[in-house]
Ligand binder design. Sequence first.
Ligand code: SF4
Length: 392
Amino acid sequence: MDRLSVYIHIPFCIKKCAYCDFLSAAPKGSEMQTYKNALIYQIRSLAKLANEYDVYTVFIGGGTPSIYPSEDISDILFELENSFEKVRRGSYKPVEITIECNPGTLDYNKLKNYRLAGINRLSMGLQSADNDELKLLGRIHTYESWEKEVDHALRAGFTNINTDLISGLYNQSLDKFATSLEKVERHGMKHISVYSLIIEEGTPFYEKYSVDRLSDEEYEKWEEEDRRIYDYTREILAANGYRQYEISNYAKPGYECLHNLVYWNRGDYIGIGIGAASMIHNIRFSTISSLLDYISLNEKACDRYFEKIFNDVSRLSPNEQMNESIMLGFRKNDGIDLESFDTKFRTSFLEKYKEQVCKWREEGMLKVEGGRVYLTEKGQSISNMIIVDFMD
Ligand code: SF4
C-alpha cells in the first residue's frame, strides 16, 4: 500500500500577528463550529482513498489549531480514522500526528487530551524569547507563557516537541538571537525550526520595515547580521547534538519531522481545509480558499462536491517533477538520492546535469558522495542560485 500524509488546516488565530500573511484570521460568530463541520464533511469524502493508501502522517496546522477546544480536535481526528478504517481495516496507522499550537491557547488539560487523541508531536510557535521582540511581532504571548506550556506538555507526556524561532528581525543582533536560541535549547526541544523573516506585502510589518524603505547600507547590514545568525545557529546546534536536515530545520537524531520529509521527498499528501495543498500521483490541487464558500459546501450541496471543493488542478509534467525533486532535494542536507532519481526519471542525473555538477563541485558548493548529490555548507548559503542553474 502507498503512504498518504494528511494536512488539516485551521485558519483561526486569536489575533493576526504583524508579519503574518498566512491564510488565517480571528474567528467571527459561529465560524469555528461551522468550519469544523465542513472539515468533517471533507474528511468523510476521503474514504475513497482508503483502498489505495495507508495514512502515514497527520499534521494539524494553521493558523492556531490549539484555539479549538481539545474535544473538537479529537472529533476531527476520530473522523479521519473512521473514514479510513470503515473502508479498509488497518489503513489508518499514522506514525506521527503533529499539532501546531501557540502559548496563550493551551493548558495542561488540553495537552493531556491531545495525547489521548493520539497526537504525539507538538509544534510550538514561540518566534523569540525576548518579550520586546514578541510585542513587535504582535504575538499574543510572552516567553514565560511558552515556558509554562512546555512544562505542561512534558508533564502531559510529550517527548517530541518543536519550537519555531524567527531570525532577521530588523535591528535584531546576533547576541539577542543567541539568547533566544539558548533558552529554547535549554528546555530540551527535540526539534528547532529557524525561519528568516520574510516581510510580505500587505502586512503591518511591510509598512514599517519593507526593504524599499531601507538604504543600501542598512539593507546590507541587515542581511549580514541574518547571515551571521544562520551560521551561528548551525554551529551551536550541531555542537549540541542537533542535525540540520533541511535549511531551516534542526533535530536530535530520530526526531526529524516525518510529515515535512514527505513534502520534501515528494510523497503523496492530501490537504483538508481552506487553501490546503494536495499532491496525489503528481497531480497538484488545492482546496478552495474562501471560508464562506468552504463552509457552505455542506452535505446538501454534495453533488459535484469534488469539482467545487478543489481548484488549481494541474498535472506535473516529467520536467516539472524533475525540477521539483531538485529544488526540494537541495534544501535537505542529505540532498538527492541518485539511484531513486535515475530510476524515477529514467535518466542519469550525473549525465544530464554534468556541466552544472562539475561547475559547482569545483567551486566547493556541491558534493557527490555515497550515492547522493548534496550542497556543502558553502553551497547552502547560495542554494537559490545553484538550484536555478539546475532548472530546465
Ligand atoms: S499565530 Fe501564526 S498563523 Fe496566526 S497570525 Fe500569528 S503567525 Fe499568523
